[in-house]
Structures are given as C-alpha cells and as structure tokens.
Design a binder for this molecule. Structure first.
Ligand SMILES: *Cc1c(COP(=O)(O)O)cnc(C)c1O
Length: 403
C-alpha cells in the first residue's frame, strides 16, 4: 500500500465535499480587539474578527496581560513537569482555589485544556465505576464523546435537551446500576441552553450523577460568571462542573469542579491528568486574574448580552436567516458547505469581516452556517459595517433569506 496516496486521497475527499478546512492566519493585536491582521498571499490586511471564542476580549485585557508578564518574570516559561513531579506551581494551587470558590464547590482540578478535562474525567469515572451507564445528550461535544467511548462504559444517547427522553432511558435502567448524565449548558453551534433544573430533577429521581460542560457559559452567565447553573441556582446539584480557561477567560486550559473526593479521585486515577505536564505558571496566573476580574464585573456580562441581542435584531431586520438562539451566539444559516465557505471567503476578502464557515461534522449536513460571536468590544459602527457586508454577500451569492 502507498501510505502517502492514502492520506492524499482522504484529504481530497474533504475538498470534493467543500468541507476541507482552511485556517485564517491571523495576528491578533493586543489592545485593539476585535481588530487583527490577516496574512494571506503574502499580503497583510486589517480585519475585524466576528467569530472569536474570546467572548469578552479577556485575552487582551490589561489585568490578564499584567498578571502574565509578572508571573513570567517571577517563574519563567514552563512549569517544569507534571503536577506530581516538580510541576505544581503556586499559581496552579491559587487558580484551583479560585475556581472552587467561583463554583462554590469544595475543590477544583485544572488540566492543559478543556478537551483534556472532559476526556480524562469522563473516561476515568465511567471506566472505574462498575457497570456504569452513561446517558449523553445527542449534541454533546466531541471531547465528552471521546471520554465516554474511551471508558468502554455502556452509553445511551437522549434526544437533545429532551428531559422526557432522558427520563425514559433512566427509568428503563436497573435502579441499582450507577448512572451518569452528561450534558452541556450552552450549546455553542445553535446557541440554545439546557433545562438544567429539569435534568437535575430527573437525575436525582433515578440517583444518577450529573456531569455539566459549562465551557460556553463560564465567565458569561451568573452573577459572578460561574455559568448557567449559577444563573439558574442549580450549581450545588451538579456532581462534576467542567469548564475552560480558553474561551471567555481568554487564556488556555480546562478544569473540573466538585467535591473534594471526586477531584482527588480524578487527580489520582486520571491518566490524562497524571501523565501530562502542567500549564505554564504565567498561564495559570493570567487565568486566575481573568476569573477574579470577571467575578467582580457583571456589567461586562450585561453588555455582552446586549450586544448579542442587538446583532440578532439587526440581522432579523435585514432579512438574514438566523438560527434561533437564546444565548450570546448568533448563528446564521447558509445550508450548503460550498456556499458557506464562499460567503466566508468573500466576507473577509471584500469587506474585512472574518467569520469562519461551520460545516459537517461540527454541525449536521444541510445546516452549514456562519457563527457570529459579538463581544462587548464590537461597536455599533462595527455592526453597521457587518450587516451591510452580509447583506451584500447574501444578494450576490443569492443565498436564502429569512422565511
Ligand atoms: C471548546 C470546547 C471544549 C474544549 O475546551 P478547550 O479548552 O478548547 O480544549 C469542550 N467542550 C465544549 C462544548 C467546547 O466547545
């Protein structure tokens, strides 16, 4: 077999389908978010980023940058090891305390990424619990799915956000069997939100654990930015809260929060935690500063929600087809992978508007979309320019308007 041919053939298959991924090469400009420099064909162009998961611009906030500069000067670059072998820095410990305080849990545990936090925690818990049944929302993120598959535990999928379907599955299972319900709060591609209270009610009724991914909610929902479970007053009911430091907190890393023994169990048995070097101290220091800042600044969250509501209203008025979203995410339906890529290409080339096309397998085929994430730092003038640009592209490519 010609191995190189095999690789090339599989890549060509993606190109034929129009869903080959092309990365936009950006140079972010500290202090002028959402502006960035786009490098393409040997040229550099000023563009406005409309699809960043740095949802609140914290990746460039002076409080975060100062904390990182200071920590680099004090501690240097890398952590120097895994957590167990010389790699536990004072900043890691402070950050874990801060996250436990944020979620009002006994303990928290940080990982190199949110992906790793989900993968390691779910695979470890579900593998070690004898005969565990995992009941997983149909739209759960890849990192949760990989963790569950890796555990080799039996998995049942419930219809997305459908509490009755979840209950049907739990009711049919052996009452003595250990169970875990895995779900997210904000689903990042549609922008809908799970009925956390109702899911916890059903989980309690059948004595199931709850595992909640709040990656697209931490920093952004709840009075102190602990997520939707905080907003809905359900935080105390979740067995494992999982989050990221890479989206609204603007840095990188992931974590879980929950009871002291649960965190100690994952710390002690989770191979993705044990055998991976810990994050640089400066990253932990930056994340710590970000969590602390957002905890005390609810007005940032209010402005964020206002910006999202304003952009939805403006797209609706312009006849641009929105996918219903109750969160800060503003998805616009294109419904075809080739046109979706073309719309994205033309927006950046002709108008300096950067929004990445979202195609299968991130979303279902036929629901290809542009996913806009307005932040508190996008101005009314930015929106004027965006809406006019999107309208121009919709007309020229003859894309479907709102029904
Ligand atoms: C991005 C994402 C993750 C992974 O978090 P990272 O910190 O980026 O690794 C996990 N869950 C969901 C729902 C995500 O969107």
């Amino acid at each position: 077999m010609d191995y190189q041919d095999f690789f090339a053939d599989r890549v060509r298959a993606l190109q034929r389908e129009g869903r080959y991924r092309v990365f936009a090469e950006l140079e972010r400009q500290a202090g002028s978010f959402p502006r960035a420099t786009w490098h393409a064909d040997g040229k550099q162009t000023e563009i406005t980023v409309w699809c960043s998961n740095d949802y609140l611009g914290m990746g460039q906030h002076a409080v975060v940058l100062d904390a990182m500069h200071q920590a680099i000067d004090r501690c240097g670059a890398g952590a120097g090891g895994t957590r167990n072998i010389s790699g536990t820095n004072h900043f890691h410990v402070l950050l874990e305390r801060e996250l436990a305080d944020l979620h009002r849990t006994e303990s928290a545990l940080i990982f190199g990424s949110g992906w790793n936090a989900n993968m390691t925690t779910l695979s470890t818990i579900c593998k070690m619990l004898p005969d565990c049944l995992v009941v997983s929302d149909a739209k759960n993120h890849n990192s949760m799915i990989e963790g569950i598959v890796h555990s080799k535990a039996e998995k049942r999928v419930f219809k997305h956000n459908d509490v009755a379907d979840l209950e049907r599955i739990l009711a049919a299972a052996d009452p003595h069997r250990p169970k875990l319900v895995a779900f997210e709060s904000v689903y990042s591609m549609d922008g809908d939100i799970a009925p956390i209270k109702e899911i916890c009610d059903v989980a309690d009724q059948y004595n199931a654990m709850t595992f909640l991914d709040e990656v697209h909610a931490v920093g952004m929902y709840g009075l102190r930015g602990a997520g939707v479970a905080e907003r809905d007053d359900q935080m105390h009911r979740i067995t494992v809260i999982q989050g990221t430091l890479a989206k609204a907190f603007g840095v990188v890393g992931g974590y879980i929060a929950g009871s002291e023994v649960m965190c100690d169990f994952v710390r002690s048995y989770g191979t993705g935690f044990i055998f991976s070097s810990s994050m640089p101290p400066a990253v932990a220091a930056g994340a710590l500063a970000s969590v602390r800042h957002l905890k005390a600044h609810n007005e940032v969250r209010e402005r964020h929600q206002e910006r999202a509501a304003t952009l939805k209203r403006r797209f609706a008025e312009a006849g641009i087809p929105l996918i219903d979203s109750v969160s800060h995410i503003v998805p616009v339906l294109v419904g075809d992978p080739v046109l979706c890529k073309q719309a994205s290409d033309e927006l950046i080339e002709r108008h300096g508007v950067y929004v990445q096309p979202i195609n299968y397998p991130t979303v279902d085929r036929g629901t290809e979309r542009l996913r806009f994430t307005p932040t508190p730092l996008h101005t009314d003038a930015d929106m004027d320019h965006l809406v006019a640009s999107v309208q121009e592209i919709w007309r020229r490519l003859r894309l479907k308007a709102a029904a």
